[in-house]
Design a protein around this ligand. Structure first.
Ligand SMILES: [Zn+2]
Length: 405
């Protein structure tokens, strides 16, 4: 992991041994078996506390100075659980000693850049465009799953110095559709070249007409955090897989089907006329990583609920953060600067609304669209059936303020 940026693993930021400040009270909260690495990290914290420069710490960007931390690796990576536990402890120390600085957490959004986009035909017949993002907070590949043809990434469409038309098409910065022999990223010959170079570097003017007529309604947005167990390994401990499927279904249904579904369900079904985005954040296990999540599952089998298990492992109940999602939505043209309609957020978690809107309301949530579990909606005929998921949903309601109607 030697190529990680210095902030990716906050326990091991390079430090000068010369730092010594008189904040000895910190040591009262320390684990007496601290390792040298821990000491070097504590120098960092002392330095923060004494110099009052908090979020200016070179090794840790401002947006990481929070009780939340992002694990250094996603599944398949090598996570040292002892280090993670230390990080959690240190996150606690940091929170206690710098609590007056916490509001600065979200003082600005991270920088994000869409590196590549590709069309993905799906098993349901709908098409989506998968956007892969890099950012200046962590080294993970966060994703945006975009439904509809009107939502485009500014950073992707921006012209890069020295690139050829082929380069642009390979990284997905093209209008219309790709086909064998196509030579221009800007002009889709099949459509008689309706777009032009006027689009360079800014909002894509070639698609303005359909965009504006479709934006009579705010786009549907779902912020989804990676859940390997629930999405890939068939887990019935949580409903993440079902929620991801349902969000994609709502965003990809043709309008006529939507109306039909709405009449069948005798409940409002949100229209997807303005397109939809699922921002897929790589923060497994509410941000604690897969290894720690599996330990939490064992604690749950020993009698803890999902919140207690995280706390027993010295992690925050919820270590996720959403600044990256806000930044990605702004890049996709759904921010307040370019989208007067706001967004409709698919969530049961009211805290998520404020988190997604960002520090200066860079994104405006016009409406919250609830995600009622399929099993509840269908009277138990469909959806996940397990005692574990019932307990999980119950804890979300009683301890995490979720609204499940
Ligand atoms: Zn899950």
């Amino acid at each position: 992991m030697a190529n990680l940026p210095s902030h990716a693993s906050p326990s091991f930021g390079a430090q000068s041994p010369a730092t010594s400040h008189n904040v000895d009270e910190l040591s009262l909260t320390l684990n007496p078996t601290s390792t040298p690495a821990l000491h070097s990290r504590l120098d960092d914290i002392r330095d923060d506390a004494a110099s009052d420069r908090g979020d200016m710490t070179p090794a840790v960007p401002a947006s990481l100075l929070s009780p939340s931390f992002t694990p250094p690796a996603t599944p398949g990576g090598t996570i040292n659980t002892a280090q993670l536990l230390q990080q959690a402890q240190l996150a606690g120390v940091r929170t206690d000693t710098t609590h007056t600085k916490r509001p600065k957490l979200l003082s600005c959004l991270p920088d994000v850049e869409c590196i590549v986009r590709a069309r993905i035909p799906t098993t349901t017949g709908a098409e989506m465009f998968l956007h892969l993002y890099h950012n200046d907070l962590d080294n993970k590949e966060h994703l945006a799953i975009v439904f509809g043809n009107t939502i485009r990434s500014r950073s992707l469409d921006k012209v890069r110095p020295g690139e050829t038309e082929m380069d642009r098409m390979i990284r997905g910065a093209y209008m219309g559709k790709l086909r064998p022999g196509r030579v221009s990223s800007w002009t889709d010959d099949e459509k008689n070249g309706e777009s032009s170079n006027a689009e360079v570097g800014g909002a894509v003017s070639g698609s303005q007409t359909p965009l504006q007529s479709n934006l009579n309604e705010a786009p549907l947005v779902r912020i989804h955090s990676e859940c390997y167990t629930g999405e890939t390994a068939w887990s019935a401990r949580c409903d993440c897989g079902e929620q991801l499927d349902e969000a994609a279904r709502l965003m990809s249904l043709p309008m006529e089907t939507l109306n039909e579904v709405a009449s069948q369900q005798s409940m409002p079904v949100p229209s997807n006329a303005a397109g939809g985005v699922i921002v897929y954040l790589r923060q497994e296990g509410r941000g604690i990583g897969l290894g720690e999540k599996l330990k939490a599952y064992n604690l749950q089998d020993l009698g803890s609920d999902t919140v207690e298990a995280n706390l027993l492992l010295r992690h925050p109940a919820d270590a996720r953060s959403y600044g990256l999602a806000t930044a990605i939505l702004v890049d996709l043209g759904l921010g307040a600067d370019s989208n007067p309609h706001g967004i409709r957020l698919l969530t049961n978690n009211p805290d998520k609304i404020q988190a997604v809107e960002g520090p200066n309301r860079e994104v405006v949530v016009k409406e919250r669209v609830p995600m009622v579990p399929l099993a509840w909606r269908s009277g138990g005929k469909m959806g996940i059936k397990s005692s574990e998921v019932e307990g999980y949903l119950q804890t979300k309601i009683s301890k995490m303020g979720h609204l499940l109607q």
